[in-house]
Design a protein. Structure first.
Length: 554
């Protein structure tokens, strides 16, 4: 296939981005540049991120670039844009730190390589011009320079501002989940209420004891929420003294961190945190026409992805996984498969998991490709379900019927850019900051961790967290995993002991927190890690992310 054949979604330009999308009429690519310090940046912003000068102009560039990472998409995400097609991140010749997500056209997908020199070609779309890239026949022979990995030693992790830790003032006292399954065809609020009431009961509390509500991502569409705090308050009539809901947190469990801050400050005593997904039912209702998809141009982060058919995190993270393998070696069988196979083996011990049937390496490798290097079993399972957690003041925690789970440390700092394509390409974005920050707030170290519950929206996410947290060196995951021996239930670092999102279901982070609590309380029947005292939990699946280090009372 020499190019994309079909109808691509169009961007909805903002005031700042409109000059970019309209600049290709003369065949010239233009990038935002600071008139004061001459720094390029993308996407366009009204201020220079370097010197903070506001004199930003759209400047003509050569249109030549290098492929820094790519994925061959095989999934039909869009009805009028048939696969396969190549989604790539290209770094501009003028500045390798300025990159575009795009499509590679003019060659077969199997001919695309990292380091390939490419040049811009524009596809007209009304008044807009979509920048695509094709192999550059006039370039110098041989691969071009490729953006290097982030200098981890230069990361600016902020030191603790006080020796007093807010983590020491709280405990996790209750956890509950609704029924979790595929296409339950239930009102999502019913799932939320079920999980919330179970968590409150688990904590030995009543609804009247709850004085705070926190959730992620708030009132969101596309099967990602039950309606947020407003919907839950209307259903339960808690009359909270404090509420919190939104998507811009350090991962989904950022709502739990917010609850911890509210409790530690003395504003609340018991905060109910909840997370609901009903993606499987939403997708079914959309396909049947009972829910109509929203129209309009692509905006927000999808302004820079939807026009190129990069509709899924499988595409965005697949680009980074390709760069990882190119730079460090390893392959699907040695680096990704152990994550998927371990998850399935653990799910077989979890009666609440969605997929429990045996999965072999041959099964994994034979599965249909979604977006290289990810096949079907590299991707998590959309589902319906809700999970709730109660955050309580520490001085109340030991009066509860279950042993409290204590929070040793949080990792929340942003270090690399909050972007899928402009900074970290070697790993999932937004793992290095929270991971480094976590270890500055505790005397514990990776070797003290007994259980790791690491976000696995895709197998590569878990690989990224393993390396960022220091369980192995950068680029050393394949050797560390030893085919899955290291991360098995009886291995030195049991991973995603409930089956993770790859097999237990995509509950967007809260499933990992629930499993960590069960493990530390000794309640993970059939899959209990012996004498589990310390657990690490990560959530995010991209930008931004967060980490929690939990422990049981000594």
């Amino acid at each position: 296939m020499s190019g994309l054949q079909g109808e691509r979604p169009l961007p909805q330009p903002s005031i700042s981005s409109e000059p970019f999308w309209k600049s290709g009429a003369d065949g010239v690519l233009r990038i935002a540049q600071c008139a004061a310090c001459h720094r390029y940046h993308h996407p366009p912003q009204p201020i220079c991120p370097g010197c903070r000068d506001t004199d930003v102009v759209m400047t003509a560039v050569s249109g030549r670039a290098v492929v820094a990472g790519f994925t061959v998409n095989h999934q039909q995400w869009l009805p009028r844009l048939p696969p396969p097609y190549v989604v790539a991140v290209v770094a501009l010749e003028e500045d390798l730190d300025t990159r575009l997500t795009t499509n590679i056209v003019g060659c077969a997908p199997e001919d695309v390589t990292i380091g390939m020199r490419v040049r811009v070609v524009f596809e007209p779309a009304g008044e807009l011009w979509i920048p695509l890239f094709e192999p550059d026949p006039d370039s110098n022979p041989g691969p071009a320079p490729v953006p290097g990995p982030r200098d981890l030693a230069a990361m600016r992790v902020r030191p603790m501002v006080s020796t007093a830790k807010f983590e020491d003032e709280v405990a996790l006292t209750g956890v509950g989940s609704s029924t979790i399954g595929r296409r339950l065809m239930l009102d999502p609020l019913a799932l939320t209420v079920q999980a919330c009431l179970r968590a409150i009961e688990d904590a030995g509390l009543t609804i009247e004891d709850i004085d705070g509500l926190a959730t992620y991502p708030g009132a969101a569409g596309a099967g990602m929420s039950e309606g947020g705090v407003t919907a839950v308050e209307e259903a339960l009539r808690i009359r909270p003294t404090w509420i919190n809901g939104g998507g811009e947190t350090p991962g989904p469990t950022g709502s739990v961190v917010a609850a911890m801050l509210a409790v530690a400050s003395g504003l609340c005593r018991h905060v109910l945190c909840f997370r609901t997904v009903w993606e499987a039912t939403f997708a079914s209702l959309t396909r049947s026409g009972r829910i109509r998809p929203s129209g309009g141009g692509a905006s927000g982060m999808f302004e820079w992805r939807a026009p190129f058919g990069a509709m899924s995190a499988a595409n965005w993270i697949g680009v980074n996984a390709s760069h990882y393998f190119w730079r460090y070696g390893g392959d699907r069988a040695t680096t990704l498969a152990p994550i998927a196979l371990t998850a399935r083996a653990n799910a077989a011990r979890n009666p609440a998991a969605i997929y429990t049937e045996p999965l072999t390496l041959d099964d994994y490798l034979a599965a249909r490709m979604i977006s290289t290097p990810f096949g079907l079993f590299d991707c998590d399972v959309p589902c319906d379900g809700a999970i709730a957690v109660v955050v309580s003041a520490l001085d109340t925690a030991f009066d509860r019927p279950k042993p409290p789970v204590l929070v040793e440390a949080v990792g929340t700092q942003i270090i690399d850019r909050v972007s899928w394509d402009q900074d970290t390409l070697t790993h999932e974005p937004q793992v290095f900051g929270p991971a480094a920050h976590l270890w500055t707030r505790t005397g514990l170290r990776p070797h003290d961790v007994d259980v790791a519950e690491l976000y696995d929206g895709f197998t590569f996410n878990a690989v990224s967290w393993l390396e960022a947290l220091g369980f192995c060196g950068i680029g050393e995951a394949a050797g560390f995993l030893e085919g899955g021996k290291t991360i098995a239930l009886d291995g030195p670092l049991p991973l995603n002991t409930h089956g993770g999102q790859l097999s237990a279901g995509r509950t967007h982070g809260f499933g990992f927190l629930q499993e960590a609590m069960l493990q530390l309380r000794g309640e993970a029947a059939g899959r209990q890690v012996a004498d589990a005292r310390v657990a690490v939990v990560t959530t995010g699946g991209g930008t931004p992310g967060g980490a929690l280090l939990l422990r049981r009372d000594a």
